[in-house]
Design a protein around this ligand. Structure first.
Ligand SMILES: [Cu+2]
Length: 330
């Protein structure tokens, strides 16, 4: 490790203690709220305390942390660290919407946002995650006109990302894999940070399409151009990582977010359209946003909780990029 990198790492340790990253605290499926997996449930389990049913998959990202490119072939990339199946399933109509409600996302953690689905061919509570084949139904990249990333849209939308469920997908139980890849350290190899989260959601309707997908451990490679690049320059093109977007995915639907420029640039340039597909489907912030979890694990003062106030004091993660220092001032 170079002296510069060492210094950056030390600074990062300071910085990351000031701000955590994020998790999906809950979803709205066609407007119906379900609480997601809460990090505190890990400690509930340790303490023999029951946690409420949730369609959110169990995961042990206790530091609000990420999966790094070195682990793209490890099963942890699929649904985050040591992920295990959720035991209940939310429901959405084909053609309907899922709102993914994130805990407050740090503005410095710029990057694309994705949603994938995998058909369980049956019960998602029992499926082997390593066999799931993921179909990308939503991707948001960078708006070349404004040089703002999908994460900025997400933050502006009350830390919420809305995905339209393709109307063509066959009915059945799916695992939804929603993900942010933070690119603030992407100029260094192994510098990107993946924040995947999985939820069981049943799609209802009359669609019949069962598109081929990609195994979770084959979604990304550490050196592909959308993972290893310098984000601190004016980008005029960007190759969104991962497999191609599903052909049945919705294209730009102009909505309130058009004021951010995402929808208009999507319409004016095919390159931008590719990278702003979902940004334009984001709905305006809603005062009906669900509250963060109210459950807390007894005796677990070191829990990394999901609420915004307490996230500030959560344990530092392995986030060690110098750009992370921006968190202090933002
Ligand atoms: Cu970070």
């Amino acid at each position: 490790m170079s002296v510069t990198l060492k210094a950056a790492a030390l600074l990062g340790i300071f910085a990351s203690s000031a701000l955590a990253h994020g998790t999906v605290s809950g979803i709205r499926a066609d407007g119906v709220y379900s609480e997601g997996w809460q990090l505190s449930y890990y400690y509930d389990i340790q303490n023999g305390v029951a946690f409420p049913p949730t369609p959110g998959w169990y995961a042990e990202n206790l530091d609000n942390g990420f999966i790094s490119p070195d682990n793209y072939t490890d099963p942890n990339i699929i649904c985050h660290k040591n992920a295990r199946n959720a035991n209940i399933t939310a429901t959405v109509k084909a053609g309907g919407t899922i709102d993914f409600l994130w805990t407050p996302w740090p503005a410095s953690h710029i990057g694309p946002v994705f949603t994938y689905v995998a058909n369980c061919d049956g019960n998602c509570s029992a499926v082997d995650k390593t066999t799931l084949e993921w179909v990308k139904i939503d991707e948001g990249g960078i708006n070349f006109d404004t040089q703002t990333w999908a994460t900025a849209d997400l933050i502006a939308n009350n830390n919420t990302w809305t995905t339209k469920v393709p109307s063509t997908l066959a009915a059945g139980q799916y695992v939804f894999r929603h993900e942010i890849i933070a690119m603030h350290g992407a100029e260094a190899e192994d510098g990107a940070q993946n924040y995947p989260q999985c939820l069981n959601i049943e799609i209802t309707g009359s669609g019949t399409d069962k598109p081929e997908g990609t195994l979770g451990t084959k979604l990304y490679t550490p050196t592909e151009p959308g993972i290893l690049f310098n984000p601190y320059t004016t980008l005029t093109n960007y190759t969104i990582p991962g497999p191609p977007l599903y052909s049945g995915a919705s294209t730009a639907v102009v909505s309130a977010v058009a004021s951010s420029g995402a929808a208009t640039s999507a319409a004016s340039s095919s390159a931008a359209a590719t990278s702003a597909t979902s940004a334009a489907t984001v709905t305006p912030p809603s005062s009906a946003a669900a509250p963060a979890s109210t459950s807390t694990a007894p005796g677990a003062s070191d829990v990394a909780p999901s609420s915004s106030s307490s996230a500030l004091t959560s344990a530092p993660s392995a986030c060690k990029r110098r750009r992370h220092a921006r968190d202090i001032v933002s």
